[in-house]
Every structure is written in structure tokens, then in C-alpha cells.
Design a protein around this ligand. Structure first.
Ligand code: ATP
Ligand code: MG
Length: 839
């Protein structure tokens, strides 16, 4: 809520008199009240004729169907300003649906700027959900609710569904609540109340789907609660069954505007159609090529039906793109052209040619993150032939949130300020914090905060009461909570299931802690001094004793605690992402010698965070819809990751086309510089996986792409793209040669070559072959105390400096360029001639 009083909005709306007799009467009054010159419409000044037409065609249905960056949102915003300034509508008579609440706030600000004064009192500007809540509170009793209804989050929803399943005598293990939740959400997206679910779907959920859906709705009602899907559905039912209520809103909300129309689902579509039925002043803007929420029930067909539903609709096509350079636009257009069944659009721009889209391959994901970090800093300094680009003008857009970890780690290490949009930062995510709490307990069983966090996560029946007993016992004993728990169980202060589970928990922590101690760093083999992954070893050579036992222990902890299983059983759309994040966390561990080192690393990098206002943006492609940045990096263009294997497995060609639209959305976010990258290897759950460059890369137009070779210093001659670029140019006449398929095959050959495989095998067994990030294992450090006070050292980011303090393996170094910094010993090497720096 943005501090707006709902009731005021209703009262104001109720008092609002529809502008009878056209705009004239009220226009001059309101304009005079606003101190405006009615003849001046500055918001129209910088619109092109098509946009202007869309803004000025205030009456009747308008569909603005146009490609990315053509100024749809700009025109929509100008239209609101125009409605207000010409007195056509008061702020509370305009229904403006945006994709996020943030977008609504921004639009309101922009309208204010256009008008020259704040656009206050626009209660109906927001998302479908936020607007529905407002309406539903007002009329809750019409669907059997009280106006104080609560909105359930996913956890509550699942809990309730479990009860419903149990009450129906079904086995929740065979028929998981998450699955039922997905089914019900799907029906709600399609505006289907239980009685309306088609008989063809009656077999769902063991033939009882609809019955359980009805029972669930009854339960919700008795609890005076709704879930997210209900917000819209209830309002729709009210509109459909209470003509008087609908008529009220139809009268009040005289102008309707919808941004990102291509992503509306059936329920949203019906909701809009009902509201617009009488006055028909509805303006929808969208781009069929940017429909990326099919997996959540969005129906791109809604755009196609618009003219049918609103006969006589004015369809306005915008073709001039104001956002991106010709190269960027050409790249995006070429990729999306591969989709069948498009409405098809031409886009042009008169911007300067600018830079070609850049393409670069890397050895692995860490190298990709490092390279992008360096590029961002170089761009910020203005050393890339462009004017300096502020950090806030640069964005990295990823397909899957787990890709963010490598970037976050890198940026925290080098002190590059960043923000994650649309979700918490990697180490702040719920599943990562939970997992870290388990690791902390394994390392220090007396870590009470960690104990509290996970003692009942996953839920194992150690409820509040049992936890209170543990707290009291520990306080009485002046011991840690773990010891308190041990005592409480032994003395039978806790009984029943809680006691059994608490005992198991304590035993687990004991066992994990013993394993941590057994794998003390002293027993680990000293790291080798060279980057020797390329040296051939006889087949029977025994790899050094870097057994990665702490990685296996971490995996065991997550398995044995039931934590991984908890997310495996979770059928929410977020669950697969959370599992990916956990894998990513385990992967991160490989670069450390032990769990302690990793926990310290995280603590230290989080501590080094800056509060800089200027930050690089890190976000998913989905969250980037509608936004723009001068500089955009698109990493991870690898088949399976992007396009995502899951989406192709689940939806076949449809899934692939939605992925391609996502690629189009990604490229078209860039204004001046767009860089696409991929890695030849990604390590997933401790296993190297060799990656094929994304098929979308072959769809890029050669003339608009510049292929970069990874810098020799870092690529070291064995970077994926080094090998790849060489093979491509030698073998198939460049990656954009006559046959893209051949080029792909040539690349595949490189990946399949014995040399490549050997490198990978070695790399998989030996973290020392990590080209750069694992410097602290690569470098021949004195096992005990690698650096002493006064030592001259070199750090990849900060350069040369002298050690001024040593605390364990934390060093304070006075760097020659950047002054004092805290760094981990593993991140610096004894200074040698620059040419000898082994990374
Ligand atoms: P998307 O499909 O990505 O949502 P869009 O069609 O909504 O894009 P906008 O975000 O409205 O496009 O506009 C893209 C950029 O072009 C913005 O920076 C906007 O200010 C600029 N722009 C739009 N129209 C014009 C114009 N007529 N003159 C100058 N700049 C314009
Ligand atoms: Mg837009």
C-alpha cells in the first residue's frame, strides 16, 4: 500500500460526476485549478505521429501493438497525462494496470513530471492484484467473506490444502498438496470456479480435483481468507453476478489503460472486458513477441481477440524504436524471426550505428563472471571507447536466478556495488541462509542463531513448546541451545515426537561436527604451485589428496537433514530455482579447503559491502520486462540453461518459442551495448558439465555481431572460446559460416576432442585447474602462514600492496592504488614479476 486510504478512494470515486457533455465543461475548470495553459500540451511534443494518435484517440477501444522500445509505455503515460490535463477524467476515474507496483509508481511519477505537478489520488493505478484487493475489500460479503479477509501466502495455502487432502482420506504422499495447488491456480488463472471446471478435466488429481477444489474454497471462506488467485476470481464473480456493482465500476472507471497486455491471463482478460463493456474506452498496449508468462497462464491470444471483442477498435502500430542501436535491434529481430506464428512487425531506428553486439565464450561460469566484472569497471572508467558508463546504467540479465551467485561472489570480492532486483541477493535467500545455518552448526555447534533457524526446518515436529523447553534448559545450564536440547531430551523434559526428533537432530549435528573436525585442514594435501592441468599425466596417475570431503559433507548435511527433500517435495514454481541455488552453493564450496574457510569468506565479503548509490543491476530476464539500460550483459547462453531444458521438456516447441521471446526481451533491453556470453563448462553439484553454446547464438546475424576472444592473460590458451573460436574459423568458416549447423558441429568436435575431455576430467578432479577463481588453492602458499607482516603481495583486483596485519588467514593489505583493504590470504600471492603471476 502506498499510504493511500482505500475508503477515501471509494468516496471520491462515488462523488465523481462523469463528465457529461464531453470534456469542455470540466476541462477549463480543472486546468485553471491546476494553473495550466490548456493550449499547451507539452507531453505531446516529443511523440511521433503514431504515438500521438494513440494518445489523442481518447474515446473508444485502442490497441497499440508494437515491438520493444517503440514507446508504448511512454505513449500510455502521455495518454494519462492527456486525460487528466484535458479534463476528460479525474485521477480516480482512470484504471491503469501495470506489470508491477513499482512500474505503477514510476508511471505516476512520470505523469506528474509531464503535468508539472504531482499526480495525486490515482487509486486505480497498480497491478491486477493490488486493484482487485481494493475492490474485494469493498464487496467481500458478496462472495461470503468479511472485508477483513486475510491473503494467504503460499505456505499457508499448502498447509490448508494438506488438511483438505487429509480430510478427503487421500494419501498426501501420493497426492501432494503442491500439485493440487498448481492445478487450482491454473483453474483460477482461467477464471474457472469449481462448478465451471470442464468435465474433460474431471480426472485430474485422482478424479477428485474439482471436489477438492470446492472443499478448499469452502475452507478458505470459513477462515475468511483468500489466496492470490482468488483476488481476481472473486472480483470477477462479483462482477458477473451483481450487475449493480459492475455498473458502478463501469460508471466510475471511465478510462482503462493496460500495459504489457500480452501477458494477461484469461481471468484478467475477462475482468477487463467486463469493466470496459459500457464506455469501451480501453487502451491496451503490448507486444506478442514479448509474451513470456505462458507458464503462468498468460494468453497471448488475448491480443489477437481484441479487435473481435471491441469491434471498431483502432489498432496503432509503432515501428520506430527509440531505445536501441541498429546493431542491437538487428540482433533481436533476427532471433525472434525464428518463431512461427508471430504477428510480425518491422522495427527501425534512426539512432547511430553504435557498437556491434558482442559475443564471447568463456572457460567456465566463474571466468564469465570475472570477465564481466572487469568489463563493467572498464566501462565505468570510460576505457572502452565509450563515454564512462555509470554502474546504474549497466545490467546483467540472467535466465535463472542461480546464475547470480557467481556474479555476486565476484562483485563482493572485488567490491563492485550491485543490487539484485526482484529477489534477495544470493546469500540472503531463504534456502541459502538455511543451508548456511546448517553448515555453521556443523562447524560450531554452539551457534545458537543457526540452531534456532533450522531446528525445525524442515518441519520435523519440534514445535514452539519443545523449543521453549530447550531455551529454558540452556539458560538454566548456561549452555548452548544444542547442549540444552541434549539435556532436555536426556531428562525427558521434552517428550513424544518432539523428543525423538530433537534427539535425532542433536545426533546429526554431533556427527557432522565430528566430520568437520576429522577433515581438519592440516590433513589436506598442500596445494600445488602451478596451473598444471594441461600437463599430461599417465592414465594411472593418482590425483592428489584433495578429496573435497567438505563438499561431500555439505551435500550429506543437506540430504540427511531432509532439507533438500523438503524442496524436492515442494511443488511451487520457486522450488526448482531454490534447488538450483542449493547446488550452486555446494559448487561454491569447491573453491575452498574446508567449510570454515567458506563461512569466513562469506562473512568477510558481506562485511566489505558498500552502500554506494551507484550499483550494477543484476536481475532475471523475466523481471527485466519493460526496462532499459545503456549497457546490458546477457550471460549463460548455453543450451539447457538458455533455452531452459525444463521449459523445452515441459512445453516442447511452445516452450522453446517462449524462451526465444525471452531472448528477444533480453537483447531489446540494451540501448547502446549488448554483450552475450556463454561458458564451455559449468559445474553442477560438483560435476563438470560441458555446455553447448545456445542455439539462439546461431540465430544472431553475423553482420551485427563481433566475436571477442577471451583475453590471453585470462583465457590462458585453453579458455572455451579460445578453442572454440579457433575451431570455428578454421573448420566451418567462422561461426556464422554458410551452415550454422556445421559450425555447431565444429564446436561440438572441439568439446568432444580427447584433449578437451582430458582437460575437463582433470579439471573435474582437481580444483587446481580452475583457471582463476581458485587462486588460494592454485597458489603455492606456505601451508601455515603464507604471508607475513610487511610482505609485498599481489591481488588481482587491487594490485600490489604490503601486508599490514595478519589475523588467521585474514590479511589487511595497504594497496598501492586503493589503500587498505581486508582480504583473505588465499586471494593474494607473494608479489613476483607481473609476467609470472600464475593466473
Ligand atoms: P517495451 O516493449 O520494452 O516495454 P516500450 O514500447 O514500452 O518498450 P518505452 O519504454 O515506452 O518503450 O520507450 C523506450 C525508450 O524510447 C524510452 O527511453 C522512451 O523515453 C524513448 N522514446 C519513446 N518514444 C519516443 C519519442 N517519440 N521520442 C523520443 N524518445 C522516445
Ligand atoms: Mg513498455
Amino acid at each position: 500500500m502506498n499510504g493511500f486510504d482505500e475508503d477515501d478512494a471509494f468516496e471520491a470515486a462515488a462523488r465523481a460526476v462523469p463528465p457529461a457533455g464531453g470534456p469542455g465543461a470540466r476541462a477549463s475548470l480543472s486546468q485553471r485549478a491546476m494553473g495550466m495553459d490548456p493550449a499547451r500540451h507539452p507531453w505531446l511534443d516529443d511523440l511521433n505521429p503514431a504515438q500521438r494518435a494513440a494518445v489523442e484517440a481518447l474515446d473508444g477501444p485502442v490497441l497499440m501493438l508494437a515491438g520493444a522500445g517503440t514507446g508504448k509505455t511512454k505513449a500510455l503515460t502521455a495518454r494519462i497525462a492527456h486525460l487528466l490535463a484535458t479534463g476528460r477524467a479525474r485521477p480516480n476515474e482512470i484504471l491503469a494496470v501495470t506489470f508491477t507496483n513499482k512500474a505503477a509508481r514510476e508511471m505516476k511519477d512520470r505523469v506528474g513530471r509531464l503535468l508539472g505537478h504531482a499526480a495525486e489520488g490515482m487509486p486505480w493505478m497498480g497491478t491486477f492484484h493490488s486493484i482487485s484487493v481494493r475492490i474485494l475489500r469493498r464487496h467481500a460479503e458478496l462472495v461470503g467473506l468479511k472485508s477483513t479477509f486475510t491473503i494467504l501466502d503460499t505456505d499457508d495455502q499448502i498447509r490448508l490444502l494438506k488438511q483438505v487432502i487429509a480430510a478427503a482420506d487421500m494419501d498426501e504422499k501420493r497426492w501432494p498438496a503442491r500439485q493440487l495447488a498448481g492445478l487450482i491456480d491454473g483453474w483460477k488463472n482461467r477464471a474457472l470456479v469449481p462448478e465451471k471446471v470442464p468435465s474433460s478435466e474431471a480426472s485430474a488429481f485422482n478424479n477428485r480435483g474439482t471436489e477438492l477444489y470446492a472443499a478448499y474454497q469452502e475452507r478458505l471462506r470459513s477462515l475468511n481468507a483468500v489466496d492470490f488467485g482468488d483476488l481476481l476470481l472473486h472480483v470477477l464473480v462479483i462482477f458477473q453476478t451483481h450487475a449493480d456493482v459492475l455498473a458502478q465500476y463501469q460508471r466510475w472507471l471511465t478510462y482503462i489503460l493496460v500495459d504489457e497486455y500480452q501477458d494477461t491471463n484469461v481471468a484478467q482478460y475477462l475482468w477487463l472486458r467486463l469493466l470496459a463493456q459500457v464506455h469501451r474506452n480501453i487502451c491496451c498496449v503490448g507486444d506478442d513477441d514479448q509474451s513470456i508468462y505462458g507458464w503462468r497462464g498468460a494468453e497471448v491470444g488475448n491480443i489477437l481477440r481484441f479487435e473481435k471483442d471491441f469491434p471498431g477498435a483502432r489498432v496503432i502500430r509503432l515501428e520506430q524504436n527509440y531505445r536501441s542501436t541498429p546493431h542491437i535491434l538487428a540482433a533481436a529481430s533476427s532471433v525472434i524471426a525464428q518463431n512461427a506464428g508471430r504477428l510480425g512487425k518491422t522495427l527501425w531506428t534512426d539512432l547511430d550505428e553504435g557498437e556491434k553486439v558482442r559475443l564471447i565464450g568463456h572457460w567456465d561460469g566463474e571466468e564469465e563472471a570475472r570477465w564481466i566484472g572487469e568489463e563493467i569497471e572498464a566501462l565505468q572508467r570510460g576505457t572502452r571507447g565509450m563515454d564512462p558508463v555509470a554502474l546504474s546504467d549497466q545490467a546483467i540479465l540472467v535466465r535463472a536466478s542461480h546464475q547470480m551467485r557467481a556474479f555476486e561472489d565476484r562483485f563482493l570480492t572485488i567490491g563492485l556495488p550491485y543490487r539484485v532486483i526482484g529477489g534477495p541477493r544470493f546469500y540472503e535467500r531463504q534456502e541459502i541462509r538455511d543451508a548456511m545455518a546448517y553448515f555453521r552448526l556443523a562447524v560450531s555447534p554452539e551457534d545458537d542463531l543457526a540452531f534456532e533457524r533450522v531446528v525445525n526446518v524442515p518441519k520435523r515436529g519440534i514445535g514452539d513448546k519443545a523449543q521453549q523447553v530447550v531455551q529454558t534448559t540452556a539458560r538454566g545450564d548456561r549452555s548452548s541451545l544444542l547442549e540444552g536440547a541434549r539435556h532436555a531430551v536426556a531428562a525427558s523434559l521434552v517428550t513424544g515426537k518432539a523428543a525423538v526428533e530433537l534427539r535425532r537432530f542433536v545426533e546429526n549435528v554431533d556427527r557432522w561436527h565430528a566430520a568437520v573436525r576429522a577433515a581438519s585442514p592440516a590433513t589436506a594435501a598442500p596445494a600445488t604451485g602451478e596451473d598444471d592441468a594441461l600437463i599430461e599425466l599417465p592414465d594411472d596417475a593418482v590425483p592428489p589428496a584433495e578429496d573435497h570431503s567438505h563438499v561431500r559433507l555439505a551435500e550429506a548435511i543437506l540430504e540427511e537433514s531432509g532439507y533438500v527433500e523438503m524442496w524436492q517435495n515442494d511443488k511451487t514454481p520457486e522450488a526448482p530455482g531454490r534447488l538450483e541455488n542449493l547446488k550452486e552453493l555446494v559448487k561454491a564450496l569447491e573453491q575452498f579447503d574446508n567449510l570454515q574457510g567458506f563461512l569466513e569468506h562469506v562473512a568477510l565479503i558481506l562485511d566489505n559491502e558498500t552502500d554506494a548509490a551507484e550499483k550494477v543491476t543484476l536481475m532475471t530476464l523475466h523481471a527485466a520486462k519493460g526496462l532499459e539500460f545503456p549497457v546490458v550483459f546477457l550471460p549463460g547462453w548455453e543450451d539447457g540453461l538458455f533455452p531452459s531444458q525444463r521449459s523445452m521438456d515441459e512445453s516442447g516447441l511452445k516452450g522453446l518459442e517462449e524462451e526465444r521471446r525471452l531472448a528477444y526481451v533480453g537483447i531489446t533491453r540494451a540501448e547502446e551495448l549488448c554483450t552475450i556470453s556463454f561458458a564451455g563448462n559449468r559445474r553442477v553439484y560438483g560435476q563438470w558439465q560441458s555446455q553447448m553454446p545456445s542455439r539462439f547464438i546461431d540465430e544472431l546475424p553475423e553482420a551485427h555481431v563481433e566475436v571477442l576472444t577471451p583475453p590471453g592473460l585470462y583465457g590462458g590458451g585453453y579458455g572455451a572460446a579460445g578453442a572454440w573460436a579457433g575451431a570455428a574459423s578454421a573448420g566451418a568458416g567462422g561461426i556464422f559460416g554458410a551452415s550454422a549447423v556445421e559450425a555447431r558441429a565444429a564446436r561440438a568436435d572441439v568439446y568432444n576432442s580427447p584433449g578437451w575431455k582430458r582437460m575437463q576430467d582433470r579439471a573435474g578432479n582437481r580444483p587446481v585447474s580452475q583457471p582463476r577463481e581458485a587462486r588460494h588453492t592454485v597458489i603455492d602458499l606456505d601451508a601455515v602462514s603464507p604471508h607475513d607482516l610487511g610482505d609485498r603481495v599481489f591481488h588481482r583486483k587491487f594490485g600490489y600492496g604490503h601486508v599490514t596485519a595478519v589475523e588467521g588467514d585474514k590479511l589487511t593489505v595497504e594497496f598501492e592504488q586503493t589503500g587498505p583493504k581486508q582480504v583473505l590470504a588465499g586471494y593474494v600471492v607473494a608479489a613476483v614479476d607481473a609476467g609470472d603471476v600464475p593466473f
